[in-house]
Design a binder for this molecule. Structure first.
Ligand code: FAD
Ligand code: PYC
Length: 416
């Protein structure tokens, strides 16, 4: 793996950004691999990295139709937390959290994981009961969390309107101090560089257009660059998972929706934590560059356009201004959308499928960025052994037949 000395950094700083080494190769697809990962977002790249690093499986291709990390990984608002209600999901997201805490060192790449705390506001008595219940559940699972009073919230976020005169007065909040944000692109690039260094082929501009299936077993994929064979295929394609399942001949209980976000013009540092309100319906943080990062819920219709509609933006900004009147004259710089794959219980699918050798990792909906290292870690284990990792077992497709759903709509919260 490339390591820069102090001299190397100075050389690159003075080079006018010329002659930088490529961070990963641009290989020609081989005819055959041991494992194919479909989707080069954070989850797919993490899966490939852990396959190589932890299971010694390096004859792996990540097949990406666009550029690495250009899907939801590039489009998300980077909130990382593990304060989920039920034991099954809390265990999975907390597994991810412990990996986040060592990720920059593990990848030798600064993913800028900033544990600045995440606050979920309560505005009604029912909100406060739900908050208390979830914080209790988190603490029983060894996950940090506390319930904040309005006075304490005001101390942490002095610029928020915590007065009793606010239209939606703040009655309290849950607070996870270890939660925070990370630099989304760096996560994709860090995993990509590390996977490439271990021998994984990262195939960009390569779209999977079908699966090679015989006698109920997968043995490869069709792509726009020719067929590639492998006895194990893992699909990690977020908003396109339903399309891929259809190509493989089955249906997933998934809806694909646009989810939007916005960033403002850069401001001086004014907000050093993450604030989310399910009830007023908006969330906000400030990047190290100074931009406010803002979002709320999905657009209600299904679609594959990475855009979203104006009324959702308007509603989101109204919510932010209710909580932060001080931002009423801040100008927005950019808006965009991603396509999120939502399941009926707001939980992911990490599962075998009706096709032998074909596995799906999807359904993370509006909240999968925080899971990236944990998802890759357990999915790599699953692909390497051909059986489901214990942390992934509750999230198999079978739950939609058995009825053993894990309802996390409360914790998925603001965006669902
Ligand atoms: P992606 O990064 O989308 O990667 C999937 C890849 O598959 C894509 O690059 C795509 O091009 C590729 N692909 C699809 N079809 C094919 C094909 N046929 N052949 C080859 N490649 C294919 N989560 C959080 O935890 N915190 C947040 O704050 C947060 N905010 C969000 C805000 C927005 C606006 C959005 C849209 C999402 C947000 N999320 C958040 C959700 C999060 O972004 C996703 O759950 C997560 O990034 C999914 O990662 P992924 O690697 O599975 O998907
Ligand atoms: O899962 O925390 C989250 C989240 C916030 C915004 C979008 N998703």
């Amino acid at each position: 793996m490339q390591r820069y000395s102090g001299f190397g950094l100075v050389k690159h700083a003075l080079s006018h950004h010329e002659n930088w080494e490529r961070q990963w190769r641009n290989p020609t697809p081989k005819k055959q691999y041991d494992v194919i990962i479909v989707g080069g977002g954070g989850h797919g790249l993490a899966t490939a990295y852990y396959l190589a690093k932890e299971h010694g499986i390096t004859n792996v291709a990540v097949v990406e139709k666009g550029w690495l990390g250009g899907g939801n990984t590039a489009r998300n608002t980077t909130i990382v937390r593990s304060n989920y209600l039920w034991d099954e999901s809390a265990a999975l997201y907390e597994h991810a959290m412990t990996l986040w805490e060592g990720l920059s060192r593990d990848l030798n790449y600064n993913v800028m994981f900033s544990q600045r705390g995440v606050m979920n506001l309560g505005h009604t008595l029912q909100d406060m009961r739900d908050i208390q219940r979830r914080v209790n559940a988190n603490r029983l699972n060894g996950i940090d969390g506390e319930v904040l009073t309005p006075e304490r919230i005001q101390e942490i976020v002095p610029i928020m309107d915590c007065s009793k005169n606010a239209r939606y007065p703040i009655l309290g909040a849950s607070w996870q101090p270890r939660a925070g944000v990370a630099r989304h692109d760096a996560v994709a690039w860090g995993y990509a560089r590390a996977a490439d260094a271990l021998g994984v082929d990262l195939l960009q501009n390569t779209e999977v257009t079908g699966f090679k299936i015989r006698d109920g077993r997968v043995f490869g994929v069709h792509t726009n660059r020719g067929d590639i064979e492998a006895k194990t295929v893992g699909c990690v394609a977020a908003g396109n998972s339903g399309v891929l399942a259809k190509l493989a001949g089955f249906r997933l209980p998934i809806e694909s929706h646009p989810l939007q976000a916005l960033v403002s013009e850069p401001l001086k540092p004014v907000l050093d934590t993450v604030v989310m309100s399910n009830h007023v319906h908006g969330y906000i943080s400030q990047t190290d560059k100074g931009d406010l990062v803002i979002g709320a819920g999905i657009d209600g219709y299904n679609g594959y356009g990475q855009r979203g509609s104006y009324p959702t933006v308007q509603h989101t900004l109204q919510a932010i201004v209710e909580m932060f009147p001080i931002f009423s004259r801040v100008r927005m710089n950019r808006q965009w959308g991603g396509i999120v794959d939502t399941c009926p219980d707001a939980c992911p699918i990490l599962s075998k499928t009706p096709v032998k050798g074909l596995f799906f990792n999807c359904g993370w909906g509006t909240g999968g960025f925080k899971a990236t290292p944990g998802s890759g870690h357990v999915f790599a284990w699953t692909l390497a052994r051909g059986k489901t990792h214990p942390l992934a077992a509750p999230f198999s497709i079978d739950r939609f037949h058995s009825g053993a759903l894990v309802d996390e709509h409360g914790a998925a919260g603001v965006a669902h």
